[in-house]
Design a protein around this ligand. Structure first.
Ligand SMILES: Cc1cc2nc3c(=O)[nH]c(=O)nc-3n(C[C@H](O)[C@H](O)[C@H](O)COP(=O)(O)OP(=O)(O)OC[C@H]3O[C@@H](n4cnc5c(N)ncnc54)[C@H](O)[C@@H]3O)c2cc1C
Length: 351
């Protein structure tokens, strides 16, 4: 096998967004995925770019801001390289909360009814967030093609087993043999511990479904509370989620959980009583326990980026940018200290 300046283990959003940023500076990049690229958490996502979700930990703000600022160029580049469109599906979110955050203005009943007709607002105050969403399946179709078109060597169905520093570089052990590289990034999502373990990252399972509502489209913005979200996809299709479960690496769809989720959505937006369930699926978010990613240098020339939990689609371009800066030896433009592994030396709150 031929060597690379940078080898990446994991072809999800984090690995591929970082690969694209590194390749733009002329680096020779190889990405290994143990299955198909963009087939795990990154394909399962609802695709909300929810940098201003009041549930996000405050320490996430600077990286969220950077990532959201990079998003238009990131999408344009992926579209140019892949020749495939990634339409923005929604541009605003109706966020329900028990208590309004500082500075937010509650929407009136009339405003709510015009944006989400017949929404059941009882017990919630809603405010409007300027926030976009895309369909993660669109991204999953385009991003691997874009990566290949950018000259990145994407090798599927090969697992990285280990990485160790050797002769000023890194020697990878993979299921297809050894592979020498200048540097290594572990971006294996919920599986990151298998390459570099043990790490404080674990799978957090999420059930999702798509409901189809016949007739004219009745809602154009995301309707979200801390219990459930409804994300319009166009043509009367609505993605509904999520559950957050500790179920190890199990990815089975549980019909009872799907029904419970659908009922929560109907309770929030009774219009969905007339909808039918078209698709169901699950995904394994990489969760670090405190809701923040782990972005760090773990050994000489070895980095890790995992634990993006509920926000890895939104945080992809920003994570790629700061990692490229760090790997290049320049100062990352966001303070990464909240994301260092060392924070787990002291007890952490469960998320
Ligand atoms: C139900 C659900 C809803 C979500 N909704 C949103 C949302 O609305 N907005 C948002 O921003 N985020 C959302 N997320 C979170 C987001 O999907 C994740 O944070 C993000 O996809 C993580 O990306 P990743 O690249 O780290 O992991 P993954 O996408 O899981 O990629 C990891 C890759 O590593 C590969 N791999 C594993 N082990 C190895 C190995 N040893 N060698 C080589 N490759 C390996 C895997 O095959 C996989 O392709 C959601 C997630 C779920 C599950």
């Amino acid at each position: 096998m031929k060597s690379a300046d940078i080898a990446i283990g994991g072809g999800g959003m984090i690995g591929l967004a970082t690969a694209l940023d590194l390749a733009a500076t002329g680096r020779k990049v190889t990405v290994f995925d143990r299955g198909e690229a963009m087939s795990e958490a990154s394909r399962a996502a609802a695709g909300m770019l929810a940098g201003n979700d009041p549930e996000n930990p405050p320490e996430l703000q600077p990286l969220s801001r950077l990532s959201l600022a990079l998003y238009p160029d990131f999408l344009a580049r992926v579209e140019d390289l892949s020749g495939k469109k990634i339409p923005i599906r929604t541009t605003s979110t109706l966020q329900g909360v028990r208590y309004l955050p500082h500075g937010a203005t509650s929407l009136s009943d009339a405003e709510m009814q015009s944006l989400a007709p017949r929404a059941n607002t009882s017990g919630w105050s809603f405010f409007l967030i300027e926030e976009r969403s895309l369909d993660a399946w669109d991204l999953a179709e385009s991003l691997p093609a874009a990566v290949r078109a950018a000259g990145i060597d994407l090798r599927e169905h090969i697992s990285v087993l280990r990485a160790r520093g050797e002769n000023g570089g890194v020697e990878l052990e993979t299921t297809a043999g050894s592979f020498p590289a200048g540097s290594f990034l572990n971006a294996a999502g919920a599986w990151a511990s298998a390459i570099h373990g043990p790490l404080p990252v674990a799978p957090r399972k999420g059930h999702m479904l798509t409901a189809v509502l016949p007739g004219p489209v009745q809602m154009h913005c995301v309707l979200r509370t801390p219990r459930v979200y409804i994300v319009p996809r166009g043509s009367g299709r609505y993605t509904i989620g999520p559950t957050v479960e500790d179920a190890g690496f199990d990815k089975e769809v549980d019909p009872e959980r799907i029904q419970a989720l659908f009922h929560k959505a109907i309770e929030l937006w009774p219009v969905l009583q007339n909808a039918s369930i078209a698709e169901t699926w699950t995904g394994l978010r990489p969760g670090s326990g405190d809701g923040l990613p782990i972005i760090d240098e773990t050994a000489d020339r070895c980095w890790i980026a995992t634990g993006h939990f509920k926000n890895g689609i939104m945080l992809g371009p920003g994570t790629g940018r700061v990692l490229r800066q760090w790997i290049d030896g320049s100062q990352p433009e966001v303070d990464l200290s909240p994301f260092r592994i060392a924070r787990f030396a002291s007890p952490v709150a469960a998320s």
